[in-house]
Design a protein around this ligand. Structure first.
Ligand code: ADP
Length: 200
């Protein structure tokens, strides 16, 4: 089983890279942003509640996100692996994910951190705002999302570094190059994983 996290600030290109990774490694894509936006689009009571957070650029409370994620993941337990995109975003979420996966003996293998300068992030997010149709793509809200990332999500780098699971890629490079670097890291991880299980 291959469980990956793609990690990075809003606008770092996580979604684009996830789509490619999913295709190449046949993983199930779990994007909490997509799950929450589906709830908003369907106008469910939950969707109405989460909109209050998303439209302000704030994080949705951990309990809600965790419940959404568990529900979705539990329908794919026979998958060859997962890629988590936009999740975890807080230490509480990371600890909950570790507990869930350790219980099933399918821990996170690798955390891919995509690094992009803040001004480039802002430029990209403003650029995509015109056609994204996303209610959280306006300049004040984008600034807040970047701030929330720095305060609440960036500390996860240290969390996963301590576990020895993080690799970083330069997200300022062209999309193909970023993907190439990610594949190198994933392939190396797969080789290490195999030689480890043969040695056992
Ligand atoms: P981006 O990475 O561009 O901000 P996402 O689609 O990952 O986009 O997330 C959009 C919004 O959805 C976030 O700003 C936040 O309000 C909410 N959200 C997504 N994932 C989480 C999460 N794991 N925890 C809390 N809120 C989340």
């Amino acid at each position: 089983m291959l469980n990956l996290i793609i990690f990075g600030p809003p606008g770092s290109g996580k979604g684009t890279q996830s789509a490619r990774i999913v295709e190449k490694y046949h993983l199930i894509h779990l994007s909490t942003g997509d799950l929450l936006r589906d709830e908003m689009e369907n106008g469910t009571p939950l969707g109405k509640m989460v909109r209050k957070y998303i439209d302000k650029g704030l994080l949705v409370p951990d309990e809600i996100v965790l419940k959404e994620l568990y529900q979705k993941a539990s329908t794919h337990m026979d998958a060859p692996g997962f890629i988590f995109d936009g999740f975890p975003r807080t230490i509480v979420q990371a600890e909950a994910l570790d507990r869930l996966l350790e219980k099933r003996n399918i821990p996170i293998g690798l955390v891919i951190s995509v690094e992009v300068d803040e001004e480039e992030l802002f430029r990209r997010l403003m650029g995509r705002a015109e056609d994204s149709g996303r209610s959280d793509d306006s300049d004040v809200i984008i600034r807040r999302r970047l701030e929330v990332y720095k305060q609440q999500t960036h500390p996860l780098i240290a969390y996963y570094r301590k576990q020895g699971k993080i690799i970083t890629v330069n997200g300022m490079a062209p999309v193909d190059e970023v993907f190439g670097k990610i594949c190198q890291a994933v392939d190396k991880h797969l080789i290490d994983q195999n030689s480890h299980s043969v040695a056992k």
